[in-house]
Design a protein around this ligand. Structure first.
Ligand SMILES: Nc1nc2c(ncn2[C@@H]2O[C@H](COP(=O)(O)OP(=O)(O)OP(=O)(O)O)[C@@H](O)[C@H]2O)c(=O)[nH]1
Ligand SMILES: [Mg+2]
Length: 338
């Protein structure tokens, strides 16, 4: 029982109207009515997100909390993402090298976005940083003539699903750990996601400029969660840095490219199309917007895409700079609506 007398209930990040009705002892019709009153038209089989479900639940006397993710389970699911399995089955002769996709993960406020901003400002390919780019948090940058695609992710506890998707789409994960704060719950969660997706981790030990930064303590904590620093004869590259003061950025880029060189990052632009949905939203005017990462094949306007149990026709596509494109191959990321 919560303070306001509401019964508490745990709900998953998304739930169908039918399942929500069942969990809060209401009829599906009552739920559909409550959704309509809040401006959401949904049928009984429709998936609604946690925030929407929580509003409806609250109107029915329940206080909803996001289901706590069992990290042990996340690791169990650990199978190689579908796109990588598909590429493994391609004829090796048809594969061409593609730039690495690097996902930035870490605990809230450890400096992920500051790091990405610092990288963009020193290495940025794009010359017209626009609102969309900021919004979707994905950028392509160049270092020593080589392109790298970066994905930013939120560190707040509520965004587990987004972090998992970010890790699933990645070739390499940069784990940002603040040197003053050390390994925290979402640091551990990020490691679990990267391991589940079988993605190598490079640690950016950030905020070394702070007076209370304790680099040895962080290295010790990293070793305890299975990331033994290379200088301790382990195989995890740990790069001390300060995103704010722009110290260590060059070393971090070198570390990423070093790891990338030891991997076989390739795709077949003419092969079967597969990709990862990074995020999606519904826009009143444009319809369903999805941010996609194409990992194999080439997607074209007019193609029909299938995502989970939804599908739709691509009406338009935009690259990471918001420019309209007709085709998208691996890996430039683009924004589309269907
Ligand atoms: N002193 C110092 N502060 C930093 C450094 N990097 C980031 N910060 C500060 O830490 C705070 C959080 O930085 P963000 O980049 O927003 O952190 P984040 O990891 O993106 O946070 P979420 O997206 O909310 O998870 C900001 O006030 C930054 O200015 C650093 O190297 N040194
Ligand atoms: Mg951020």
């Amino acid at each position: 029982m919560s303070e306001n007398g509401h019964k508490t209930i745990e709900l998953p990040p998304s739930i169908t109207v039918r399942d929500l009705a069942q969990s809060i002892n209401a009829s599906p019709i009552e739920i559909i009515k409550a959704l309509m009153a809040n401006g959401v038209m949904a049928n009984i089989n429709q998936l609604i997100d946690f925030d929407t479900a929580a509003v409806v639940a609250s109107e029915m006397g329940y206080e909803a909390a996001l289901e706590t993710q069992d990290l042990a389970k996340t690791e169990d699911i650990g199978e190689i993402p579908l796109w990588r399995q598909l590429i493994a089955g391609e004829d090796p002769g048809s594969l061409t090298a593609r730039p690495p996709v690097v996902t930035i993960l870490g605990h809230v406020d450890h400096g992920k976005t500051t790091l990405l901003d610092a990288i963009r400002n020193t290495n940025v390919v794009d010359d017209e940083a626009g609102g969309i780019t900021q919004h979707i948090g994905a950028y392509q940058t160049e270092h020593n003539g080589r392109t790298i695609t970066f994905l930013d992710t939120p560190g707040h506890a509520a965004f587990t699903a987004m972090r998992a998707r970010g890790a699933q789409g990645a070739d390499i994960v940069i784990l940002v750990v603040a040197a003053d704060d050390g390994v925290m719950p979402q640091t551990r969660e990020a490691v679990a996601h990267a391991k589940a997706a079988k993605v190598p981790i490079v640690v950016a030990m950030n905020k070394i400029d702070k007076s209370n930064a304790d680099q040895d303590r962080v290295k010790q904590q990293l070793a305890e969660i299975g990331l033994v620093p290379d200088e301790w004869d382990g195989d995890t590259l740990v790069v001390p840095m300060s995103a704010k003061k722009r110290v260590g950025l060059e070393d971090l880029m070198e570390a990423i490219l070093l790891v990338a060189d030891n991997m076989d990052i390739r795709a077949n632009p003419k092969g079967q199309v597969i990709g990862t949905v990074i995020e999606a939203e519904i826009d009143r005017a444009k319809g369903v917007l999805a941010t996609l990462l194409v990992q194999n094949g080439t997607l074209e306007v007019g193609d029909v895409v299938v995502v989970g149990n939804s599908h739709g026709k691509l009406r338009a596509m935009f690259d990471y700079r918001g420019r309209r494109v007709r085709k998208a191959g691996p890996p430039p990321r683009f924004r589309s609506w269907v």
